[in-house]
Design a protein around this ligand. Sequence first.
Ligand SMILES: *[C@@H]1O[C@H](CO)[C@@H](O)[C@H](O)[C@H]1NC(C)=O
Ligand SMILES: *[C@@H]1O[C@H](CO)[C@@H](O)[C@H](O)[C@H]1NC(C)=O
Ligand SMILES: *[C@@H]1O[C@H](CO)[C@@H](O)[C@H](O)[C@H]1NC(C)=O
Ligand SMILES: [Cu+2]
Length: 583
Amino acid sequence: MVFSIIYFLLLSIFIKRGAAEFKQIDLIIHQSYLDPDCFGTSYSALLVNGQFPAPTIRVSKDDEVEIRVLNQADVPTSIHFHGIRQYGTVESDGVPDVTQNAINPGSTFTHRFQLKGQTGTFYYHAHVGVQDDTVQGAFIVENNNSPYTSKTYYDGPYGYDDEFILHLSEWWHQDFFKREEYYLGPGYVHDPNADSVLFNGRTLYRGESSSTQRGCEGHSIFDVLPNRTYRLRVIGGNTFRTYGLGIKDHNMTIIEVDGELIHPYTTTHLEITPGQRFSVLIHTDDFYLRHYEENDGFSNSDNMYAIATSYRHRHRATGHTENGFGFLRYVDYSDNIKHKIIHKNFPEVPENTPRDWIWPYLRPLEPPAPWLYQTPDRTLKIRTWTSVMQDGSTRYAVNGKLSHKISHIYDSHTTKFEKNNNGILNYFTLLKMQSVTPERTFGAMDLDEDGFEPTLGTYPIRLNETVDIVLQNVKSGMNCLLHPWHTHGHSHYVIASGDGEYVHERDHDKRNFPHPIYKDVTVVYETKVDPHTKGCGWTKIRLYADNPGVWAVHCHITAHMLQGKMFLLEEASDWIDTFRMYK
Ligand SMILES: *[C@@H]1O[C@H](CO)[C@@H](O)[C@H](O)[C@H]1NC(C)=O
Ligand SMILES: *[C@@H]1O[C@H](CO)[C@@H](O)[C@H](O)[C@H]1NC(C)=O
Ligand SMILES: *[C@@H]1O[C@H](CO)[C@@H](O)[C@H](O)[C@H]1NC(C)=O
Ligand SMILES: [Cu+2]
């Protein structure tokens, strides 16, 4: 065994410091071969502490954490804590070429930050190449200040008996570096569908038949007791498709979205794009009474309820995914449980619903920030479309500009990552900003009409500005796709969406989300196309510039991000030093 037992534990040290604690965690990245869907062939993938999904990190509100990432793989890597706002600690955000250089093989990077005021369901993942297929794990921030005592667990007004994590992800029968090469190279045609949809890193590619294979763990099974309330934390670690998710004969009551508690909303299914998280409460029924009466005893499959995923917003295919399911298993009865799984009883998961799904109906528990109702200080309109480059590769242009870092990301599986395509040593954006801080005040910067600053390739915004960002879908080639956009360093409110093209004079006052949630991933849906501009749907989000730094805003479909569907907010770079938590 090359790797000692130490890799298989989450190494952590907790030190009490008043109410909040100081926690130290080590994450060790190394290369391995995985066959999570029992396909029969393993492919090269990166693991964290020997695990996939990566180990769950649990911390509490206002805790301070120090997380060391040791890169023992032979490719550069980096880790991002998705949804954590990193107030005053932009240098810990984990975006290669932006807030740090990628971590070289053999090197270590130390993240330090405080969970200021944030609680809920987050995750951490690699931000280099398609490493996030497997380098991703839950990051849970507990809310310890509950006034309630009669249930086992509480979060705000919600009590529950136990909780589960359902971490969705996708798996391709291909080595990770080859997949990255495909997306960024001249052979790229379109995003290929994943071979498997995994729940907590598991499924059966061929259904039941391969379950006898040695070392094959099969579907994820969540054991429950009758007449209990469970919190299911659903993490959208899928990196490409958007999925519906339902549980046979069980409703789900949504109580949390992207770390924000909301008023309870009961639904039969979720819609989960890459990067989104939900907590739902599930009430298990009184299994004994119902089933003894109906069936006069149990058949072997009576205690299993399928949790199934379906394709949404996918051209040319709908219905359940081929293998993206797991099971709720009622365990509290005397028969021997046989692990026989009957697939026929799937939950109905409705096919595509209109733009915006149920988003307009969800309501936050917390009152909104006052700036939600102000006139914005700045509106950035971001149009992105694909172009085919001279070498045949495909790239997204952002307002007509190509990301200056693209070729460099392409090389990330070689050790040449520190050079850009001109062979000149590259320094990441944050460092460059710091070295020129006196000049990067607003009056001194020469911005393009769309708000872009060409020397560092950022969109500068001022301290304390209310900033609206219009994310405009543009039809390129055959399709206009759904894109889930993620904001680093901030949660945001989604305030409006529309068909076709956003026209500021006409649409600037539009609002169709009466009580938006403060979240960090927002979808731009595919709508009908404006024949003149090819605009095919837009969504407007709003954030408040109280966190100086340089923050990536990108599509959370990993391949799209690698192809350049990303831009940088340069937020009050003249204030970064003042706001810095660790001087
Ligand atoms: C279910 O649980 C509730 C409270 O947790 C209890 O009052 C009720 O009697 C239980 N139902 C049955 C059938 O046991
Ligand atoms: C789910 O909720 C609907 C609407 O509230 C209700 O009619 C239905 O009986 C519920 N189903 C279950 C299994 O609880
Ligand atoms: C930004 O807002 C904070 C909090 O409201 C205030 O204390 C500070 O003076 C403002 N700074 C600037 C430069 O506007
Ligand atoms: Cu996208």
